[in-house]
Design a protein around this ligand. Sequence first.
Ligand code: 5GP
Ligand code: MN
Length: 345
Amino acid sequence: MNFNLLNESQLNDLRALLETAEHIVVCAHKSPDGDAVGSALAWKHFLVQAGKTDVKVCLPDAAPDFLQWMPGFDTILRYDKRRKEVEEAFAGADLVCCLDFNSARRVEAMQPVLDGCAAPRLLIDHHLDPDLPCRLSVSHPEMSSTSEIIFNLICQLGGFDAMTKQCAQCIYCGMMTDTGGFTYNSTRPEIYFVISQLLTKGVDKDSIYNRVFHNYSVSALKLRAHIILNKLNVIEELHASYYAVTKQEMRRFHFIKGDMEGLVNIPQQIKGLKLSISLREDTEHPNQVLVSLRSCNGFHCQPMAVKFFNGGGHADASGGKLHCSIAEAEQIAIKAIMAYREELR
Ligand code: 5GP
Ligand code: MN
């Protein structure tokens, strides 16, 4: 097994970047998930442990409630809540670490702040096709998660022995959430070596699973059941499914952020299904539809996300956004499925 992600010259570049930095901003994508929050907090824990006194995690907006237990969560600066503090953090930064995203667009409203910041950038990410100018790019789409990359970098920098339990918990959570509890993107044997090492730090993996995946309210569970029972459309001959959820339905079931997380994976339980599309009205922005795509059984959804849904992501887990009504979004989803009918059949 090969654990060294960086070659000698990249490792020297990373060391040099970290050595001179005193005011560090760590940022990740909008609607941060377990990997975005996990990798950002783990990297912060490592940097603080390594002696850095000014490390700020800045995120565009809220993370789901089921991540609130993560060590350091309460130190996160949200751009939508504490705009001025985030702007000041970027303005005073001498290093900006961009974690778990591949293009400045992915931080959305925070993009002008990132674009306007002159500090050197370090990219650490596992999405396809990185498009973010930076001093050093550590881009590995073959990795399970950005959190797994963070583990590797910490080890290459000689930081494993000093790694705290808090840091290990954040890394584990990011790896676990980005692989659906190690059920996809999780066949590389190195992943399980990493887990075994994290366990030596005192990580309680079963407890983390419970805190993240067994955290629904009754109404969230009922919303999910409603969608599967009443809203799921399956085109059996094309091994594809889609559902479209309105704001009204979400209100009915007292939707809060995170309530639909991972639901797009459920139709993949249908034997032979290749593509699952989730459409839901954005509760924050009018006339906007949030799209999630998942694929398996030899079909890859990422090109469809780029072509039809203004998005991208990973080969088999992508997302995007449409600026239209939910009814129009449904028509676009059908059009997308039809455009790929030969591959889906
Ligand atoms: P999810 O469906 O869980 O929201 O997202 C699945 C994957 O697609 C994640 O890795 C996420 O970063 C990526 N993704 C989600 N939305 C977008 C988007 O609008 N643009 C791009 N390029 N990737 C996205
Ligand atoms: Mn990720």
